[in-house]
Write a protein that binds this ligand. Structure first.
Ligand SMILES: C[S@@+](CC[C@H](N)C(=O)[O-])C[C@H]1O[C@@H](n2cnc3c(N)ncnc32)[C@H](O)[C@@H]1O
Length: 217
């Protein structure tokens, strides 16, 4: 992805939710949590996100870049794929991984509340296991920012956990459920919102996804 299409990244402040200290162990953790099936999980996620060859894709909160890499495989040489994360340690890991696989992906430091790309840039923006790793006000700014960087006709894809009945019974204010997001996306002008349970889960947790479109003008 050519650098002159990106905005200079605003200095990213340390904030709640950034997981830099997890970077060295994150891939091992994913391997263990998915019982060695992370690649399958990522490929299924890419299908659910509806990435096509030639799409321009941004992953926000890309971590070590495993899903971003799978997105690049699907988008192919004509698709421009980028990943941002608020934690510099995660960005460094993702860059190393992209170099190892000779994948042309732009990874940079950046937060959801100030996405370092111009308006109307991406066909698809993905947020996988990250949308609740931040204070509520940052997430709200984030939906505005995602809408800004999506092309008209493009869509947002979010993958995250839903609460089991038992978890709902013992719920505290801190626990979130992705199924609560559709009204929030509507308030932020997303249309054609679809939500479904995925076929995967781990440690007794269900995962659901949401797609929401930025209407074509
Ligand atoms: C659980 S990891 C998910 C990583 C990756 N998306 C995946 O599917 O494995 C959450 C990531 O979100 C990042 N993050 C947290 N708050 C963020 C924000 N405001 N903007 C961008 N990234 C953020 C963290 O640093 C961390 O790398």
């Amino acid at each position: 992805m050519s650098e002159n299409t990106t905005r200079p990244a605003a200095p990213v402040k340390k904030q709640d939710g950034q997981m830099g200290s997890w970077a060295p162990l994150y891939d091992l953790l994913m391997f263990l949590m998915t019982f060695g099936k992370e690649k399958k999980l990522r490929q299924e996620t890419i299908q659910l996100a509806r990435i096509k060859p030639g799409d321009n894709v941004l992953e926000i909160g890309c971590g070590t870049g495993s899903l971003t890499l799978a997105a690049k495989e699907q988008a192919g040489p004509s698709g421009e794929v980028a990943g941002i994360d608020i934690a510099p340690e995660m960005v460094a890991k993702a860059r190393q991984k992209a170099a190892r696989y000779s994948a042309d992906i732009s990874f940079q430091e950046g937060g959801i509340a100030g996405i370092p790309f111009p308006d109307n840039r991406f066909d698809i923006v993905m947020c996988s296991f990250m949308i609740y790793h931040m204070p509520d006000e940052i997430r709200m700014k984030g939906f505005w920012e995602i809408f800004r960087v999506l092309k008209p006709g493009g869509h947002l894809f979010i993958l995250d956990a839903a609460l089991s009945e038992k978890q709902q019974q013992h719920r505290t204010g801190q626990i979130h459920d992705i199924r609560e997001l559709p009204p929030v996306l509507k308030e932020n002008h997303f249309t054609r919102i679809e939500m479904e349970k995925t076929g995967f889960g781990f440690l007794g947790t269900e995962f659901w996804f949401i797609r929401g479109k930025k209407a074509a003008v």
